[in-house]
Design a protein around this ligand. Structure first.
Ligand SMILES: Cc1ncc(C[n+]2csc(CCOP(=O)(O)OP(=O)(O)O)c2C)c(N)n1
Length: 337
């Protein structure tokens, strides 16, 4: 039997609410800038996560810095930033500058930050799930309680064998891991209905004897509470949880596809009306957590931060052509020299 439950509304401090809001505004601004830069021919590709802001800000707030480990996937710029990943390094990756950790060689946003507990990102769907349970096994083996592993993925990843193997392994060994499925209903052009018959992703947890939770992925506070509870349970020996954050992908999969070829405008417009960013702004204004003037100032500060960062990183040097084969072949850089 699945132990699926709909999360209740939690309490967060005003400070935490404002952290969530800034993270969401930053993620939206970074996303928009990525699409602009791609259209200007300045970056090769952009992967938008519009619609995931609440799911990612809430998950990022639940992450215990200095303790937890994050195994993200490529659509996780919001979580990376919420977990302390430097904005400049994100744009170094997008601009493929020599200052990027991979020297500008990796596909954009496939970053890593060992010191922050952020594992490197793979484009191979669900590869991170096997890595995440391996890391969780190590934490358990070394009896490092108080720590948890976050494993992020989309609903499309649940069709991969590695996802099922990871779920099974985590449940058998009661590992300190939280699987967070950002269910945006689409895996490029494949709708969820062509991915699985039972549309309830969280219910799949029951098949492994694991707890499953559904949460409104447009509500950052609800996501925070559900993921944080799962994280605390995992860190204290209570075993793994699969959290399904139900959201939507407002943009195309990346700048390399056109979503008008596979889904209706009506569907996208209907979901846009639920856009988590303006909804959370309004909610905090109505609750008196922030006033209109402070909200405008916050938006301006986020915009100025992104502008200053992209200006600075764009001015950094590109990798030299002579180093093209470095770290690829042993010996001299150019095998044909
Ligand atoms: C093993 C593997 N199969 C196929 C692909 C091609 N691919 C890239 S992204 C993607 C869709 C994944 O969808 P989902 O897991 O729902 O995440 P989303 O992109 O919607 O956030 C696919 C099929 C891949 N990268 N790896």
């Amino acid at each position: 039997m699945s132990d699926t439950a709909v999360a209740n509304m939690p309490a967060v401090t005003n400070e935490q609410s404002l952290t969530l809001l800034r993270n969401m505004l930053l993620q939206r601004a970074v996303d928009s800038r990525g699409f602009q830069l791609n259209r200007q021919g300045k970056i090769a590709i952009a992967m938008g996560s519009e619609g995931h802001e609440a799911a990612q800000a809430g998950t990022g707030l639940a992450f215990e810095r200095g303790q937890d480990l994050l195994y993200p996937y490529y659509r996780n710029t919001g979580i990376l930033l919420a977990c302390g990943f430097p904005l400049a390094d994100l744009f170094r990756s997008q601009f493929a500058r020599v200052t990027d950790r991979t020297g500008g060689r990796s596909i954009i946003n496939h970053v890593t930050a060992k010191g922050l507990g952020i594992a490197s990102i793979s484009s191979i769907i669900a590869a991170q799930c096997a890595h995440a349970v391996g890391a969780a096994y190590k934490l358990k083996y070394l009896k490092e309680t108080g720590r948890a592993v976050f494993c992020q993925h989309g609903e499309g990843a649940t069709s991969e064998g590695e996802w099922h193997e990871a779920m099974n392994f985590a449940a058998i060994h009661r590992l300190p891991v939280v699987f967070v499925c950002e269910n945006n209903r689409w895996a490029i052009s494949t709708p969820q209905s062509k991915q699985m018959v039972n549309q309830d992703v969280a219910a799949k947890a029951g098949g492994y004897g694991m707890r499953g939770e559904i949460v409104d992925g447009f509500d950052p506070i609800a996501v925070y509470q559900t993921v944080r509870e799962a994280r605390d349970r995992a860190a204290n020996g209570g075993g793994p949880t699969l959290v399904e954050a139900q959201c939507y992908r407002f943009l195309s999969h990346t700048t390399d596809d056109d979503d008008r070829t596979y889904r209706s405008r009506e569907e996208v417009e209907t979901q846009r009306k639920l856009d988590p960013v303006p909804r959370f702004e309004r909610r905090l204004v109505e609750a008196g957590v922030i006033n209109e003037a402070a909200l405008a100032a916050l938006r301006a500060e986020v915009s100025a931060t992104v502008n200053a960062t992209t200006d600075a990183i764009e001015a950094e040097p590109l990798p030299p052509a002579a180093g093209l084969y470095g770290n690829v072949y042993e010996g001299p850089d150019d095998p044909w020299a």
